[in-house]
Design a protein around this ligand. Structure first.
Ligand code: EPZ
Length: 431
């Protein structure tokens, strides 16, 4: 089990490039199941990507990752089941369901399990697939799906779901007839998926708006595609630079995908120089508290960036309010931030922060991906030594964070902690 050891209080300076988007490459890897040989460039080296490649191999593909390129090809063997253990390793494993049904007409998966953010149901995914002609039986944790013939349909989502929109797109591209998805998610990752599917010969339009139109085609071929930059990884680096102070230039990013985040950082007193594919952030003097941050579906303020801006707001002058409208429980990092001296109270979906002069390093533990990133940001801006346990959560979404932040001047290193050493430490703490 790995931890991060950080000696904080140093400004971040220098330049870095943004990794490829985790939340774009995962549905694109699922879509590659439908092609006859795909090369996916700018693919980030993440544990979630590793799980996705293992699922593709389980489903009968060859799936390799080398030097930022994932290569996926059919082998002639087709399987339709994803075992429970593999499903549980990655929340968004359910994203493979639509693609397996489009390729093979049947699928056997398991509920992906909840996580710290909340129950993470998949009812909207299953409803959409039933509208496309899928017969679904659930037995305990298992989901058995059969589709004699997928047929185009009208799908109206009651609320916005990124994953359910993606699953409906993947199931509809080879269906007979036309599909109209209303109240679709509008994230840039949905547009990237549309672009990839169309390169494979699909006929998808409207992504980025709340109505997506799909004309089913008979087959898809292979394609080469470069994944868009990760807007949340970019927000993480910029929030860290805001929290620590300094001068950071972030290349290979898409500022047009992160307008709400940049607006909040500007409100906090950061100087921003924005170009089409880069953002430079300078922070001198004390941050000011941002106006209330209320998360919403894209193009609203992204829920994934809420913990990151929270970390930057901890030492800002004044008070700030966060309202988390997407997930039921996205404040798991708050008790850990309090250990560093943060002044935060939460009630349901609302968190209120009173900025303190400084944070003090502490031993903390990550419980989820973005909450863990918030702990790294707070630890880098705190005075003194911090130990951030739960690196496995952070590795799901960030390529080698110690290298990324170390290259910008942070004193951060990764350390492997044997379970025996951890148990001994816990016993000592209990005495
Ligand atoms: C995607 O998750 C992202 N993950 C999440 O990023 C992101 O936070 C989320 O979209 C919202 O933007 C990937 O793309 C891999 P949703 P997803 O379906 O698709 C409820 C990260 O840190 N809901 O848009 O699972 C759900 O409980 C991750 O990178 C249902 O009720 O999110 C939530 O409250 C975290 N029934 C809301 O909708 C359903 O069938 C939005 O969830 C599906 C979702």
């Amino acid at each position: 089990m790995d931890i991060f050891e950080i000696n904080g209080g140093k400004p971040l300076c220098g330049s870095a490039a943004v990794q490829g988007s985790k939340n774009s490459v995962l549905p694109i890897l699922a879509a590659s199941l439908l092609g006859d040989g795909c090369e996916i460039e700018n693919c980030p080296a993440l544990s979630d990507v590793d799980v996705a490649l293992r699922i593709l191999r389980r489903l009968g593909c060859s799936a390799e990752f080398k030097n930022g390129v994932a290569t996926v090809a059919p082998t002639g063997r087709e399987a339709v089941d994803i075992p429970d253990g593999l499903m549980r390793e990655m929340r968004s494993s359910v994203i493979f369901l639509g693609a397996v049904l489009a390729r093979s007409g049947e699928a056997e998966i398991y509920f992906p399990g909840g996580c710290r953010l909340g129950p993470r149901p998949i009812d909207m995914h299953l409803d959409a697939l039933e509208k496309l002609g899928v017969e679904i039986e659930t037995d305990g944790g298992r989901i058995s799906c059969r589709a004699h013939k997928l047929r185009g349909a009208q799908i109206n989502f009651d609320s916005v779901s990124v994953g359910a929109t993606e699953n409906a797109m993947l199931a509809a591209v080879l269906a007979e007839g036309e599909t109209l998805i209303s109240n679709a998610a509008r994230e840039p990752e949905i547009v990237d998926l549309q672009d990839f599917l169309n390169k494979m010969g699909a006929c998808v339009s409207g992504a980025g708006s709340n109505v997506i139109h799909i004309k089913g085609v008979r087959r898809l071929h292979g394609a080469r595609h470069s994944v868009i930059p990760d807007r949340i990884a970019a927000a993480t680096v910029l929030s860290a630079a805001a929290a620590c102070g300094g001068n950071v230039e972030l290349g290979r990013c898409r500022p047009d995908h992160m307008e709400t985040v940049l607006k909040s950082l500007h409100e906090m007193g950061c100087e921003l120089e924005i170009k089409p594919d880069s953002v430079a952030l300078k922070r001198r003097g004390r941050l000011k508290a941002p106006r209330p941050i209320v998360t919403a579906a894209y193009p609203g303020f992204p829920t994934d960036a809420q913990p990151l801006l929270m970390a930057a707001g901890l030492t800002a002058e004044g008070s700030s309010v966060f309202v988390e409208n997407i997930f039921e429980n996205r404040y798991a990092q708050v008790p850990e931030l309090r250990r560093m001296g943060a002044d935060i109270i939460t009630s349901g979906r609302v968190a209120a922060i009173v900025g303190v002069e400084r944070l003090i390093g502490a031993e903390v533990e990550a419980a989820d991906l973005r909450g863990g990133a918030a702990l790294l940001i707070a630890a880098m801006s705190a005075e003194g030594y911090s130990r951030v346990a739960g690196a496995k959560h952070i590795d799901r979404g960030y390529e080698c964070p110690e290298e990324l932040f170390g290259s910008l001047g942070a004193k951060i290193k990764r350390k492997e902690v044997k379970d025996s050493e951890r148990q001994q430490k816990e016993q000592t703490q209990e005495r």
